[in-house]
Design a protein around this ligand. Structure first.
Ligand SMILES: Cc1ncc(COP(=O)(O)O)c(C=O)c1O
Ligand SMILES: N[C@@H](CCOP(=O)(O)O)C(=O)O
Length: 464
């Protein structure tokens, strides 16, 4: 399997090289040259297998001969043993045809663990094999940061720098990062928003001279391994509901578009997905683009679903590349336009997206109402991100006979403010291993949203 850039101007790489990189040198994201296919029989055979074995069968073609079968199986077994639920991603029935896929049973209580527990191990494997060290630089709106730290902190080959927007993540989210005092973990609180953090990370991949030749590695979903790992739970959950003999739809709380893009890839691989419903908070660019072909930026607004406070959505580029039939030049031109002005997708590309995507934007007041109402109806306390997905599933599903699976992307205990405002004054309790989180010592460095300041800080710490 070779990986090519969505901007069409970078050399193709192997899986190993892609995992150890970030953005392509032309500024694009890596995608597989072609998507592997799974036959109906192969999909049906996934029924009843343990999660790690489904992961092996889904990921094998993407990994190719970069890791031998025994080692890959071993890595996957260890990865998913770190979850607190035997099923890893259990499916709950909410009502007749609406299901909840709980993706928050990993160590940091968000869906990011599914991929980042694996990525940490993959990095360890490749870097040890090569006898190399690497510097990880990641941006977080709250969940990727802790999941990346948790996934990579045992990895002695890396130093990890996570940029989070100062005062714009929840207290639990911040502490899950800043209370990790391991010497190779560095938290940078940036005086800006998530888009500022992500832009600085991407710019650093573009010009790595500040690192004096050290290898820079991505843990955000620009790293293909993140997407690859997230494809798996679309298969496990659809098969549990009768696929490949039955279509299913998914409703996905979305922002950087990595999670729902993994669903799109599962569909391209042969999983019979009818609809992919994209749910956003008030930062509604994905909804405006998919619904009305309005691909224009608006100012980023802080919301009660802070992890989805994103305007410039990385993985939308991977979708565009597919919709534009792998025309990297056209994708690059569209994205350049987008940086400068309001723009639109080519009508043919947009109508292809219409065949599978539906969308909804959910404002803060509605998020609170959904949390309250869903609890009354189903007994489930949804986190504010999952609440957007829940409502989108109810509003956008076109066919009442097709089951809809809403992805529960985080545990409610991470978002106390929303849960209290929704009428649950006690909040939701943190699991035992985090019960003293609010008393632990914190460590982070406050920096302006300025690329030179961030890069100088990194260079200084790395030179010690
Ligand atoms: C809890 C939660 N839900 C949903 C999302 C959106 O996922 P994605 O960025 O893959 O679209 C994120 C992060 O972006 C998140 O942390
Ligand atoms: N919501 C994310 C934002 C970063 O997204 P990623 O999937 O590209 O890592 C977060 O919680 O940090």
């Amino acid at each position: 399997m070779r990986y090519i850039s969505t901007r069409g101007q970078a050399p193709a790489l192997s899986f190993e090289e892609v995992v150890l990189t970030g953005l392509a040198p032309d500024g694009g994201l890596y995608v597989p040259e072609t998507y592997p296919q799974m036959s109906k029989e192969e999909i049906a055979d996934l029924a009843g297998l343990p999660y790690h074995e489904v992961a092996f069968r889904v990921m094998r073609p993407y990994v190719g001969d970069c890791i031998d079968e025994t080692t890959l199986r071993d890595i996957l077994k260890k990865t998913y043993a770190s979850f607190n639920h035997d099923a890893v991603a259990p499916l709950k029935q909410l009502d007749n045809n609406h299901f909840l896929l709980e993706l928050f049973h990993g160590p940091t209580l968000a869906f990011k663990d599914v991929a980042l527990q694996l990525l940490g191990r993959l990095l360890d494997h490749f870097l040890i094999k090569r006898g190399e060290r690497g510097v990880i630089m990641g941006a977080t709106s709250g969940d990727t940061g802790s999941a990346a730290i948790e996934g990579c902190k045992p990895c002695e080959q890396v130093d990890i720098y996570i940029l989070h927007p100062h005062n714009r993540v929840s207290e639990v989210q911040r502490r899950q990062m800043t209370c990790v005092l391991a010497p190779n973990v560095h938290n940078l609180a940036i005086e800006g928003d998530f888009d500022d953090c992500q832009a600085m990370v991407k710019a650093s991949f573009g010009d790595q001279s500040f690192l004096n030749g050290q290898r820079l590695i991505a843990v955000n979903s620009i790293n293909w391994a993140r997407i690859m790992a997230q494809i798996v739970y679309y298969f496990t959950s659809a098969v549990a509901l009768g696929s490949p003999h039955r279509e299913v739809s998914f409703s996905v709380p979305s922002a950087n578009f990595g999670d729902v893009f993994a669903g799109y890839v599962a569909r391209k691989m042969g999983l019979p997905i009818k609809q992919l419903i994209v749910a956003t908070n008030a930062n509604d660019i994905l909804h405006r683009t998919l619904h009305s072909n309005d691909f224009s930026k608006k100012k980023l607004e802080p919301t009660l679903a802070p992890s989805m406070d994103i305007v410039v959505s990385s993985n939308f580029e991977r979708l565009l590349f597919d919709l534009y039939q792998q025309d990297g030049k056209a994708v690059a031109a569209l994205l350049e336009d987008f940086q400068n002005q309001a723009t639109q997708l080519d009508p043919k590309a947009w109508s292809k997206a219409q065949e599978v995507f539906a969308s909804l934007a959910v404002d803060d007041a509605t998020i609170l109402k959904v949390i309250t109402d869903a609890f009354k109806r189903t007994g489930e306390l949804l986190d504010p991100h999952t609440a957007t997905g829940y409502l989108a599933a109810e509003k956008c599903a076109t066919d009442s006979s097709t089951p809809v699976i809403t992805l529960a992307t985080a545990h409610p205990a991470k978002f106390e403010e929303a849960i209290i405002k929704a009428g649950f004054p006690e909040g939701a309790s943190l699991p035992e291993h985090m019960s003293d989180l609010l008393e632990r010592e914190e460590r982070y460095t406050l920096l302006p949203a300025d690329l030179k300041a961030v890069q100088s800080h990194l260079a200084e710490v790395q030179s010690k």
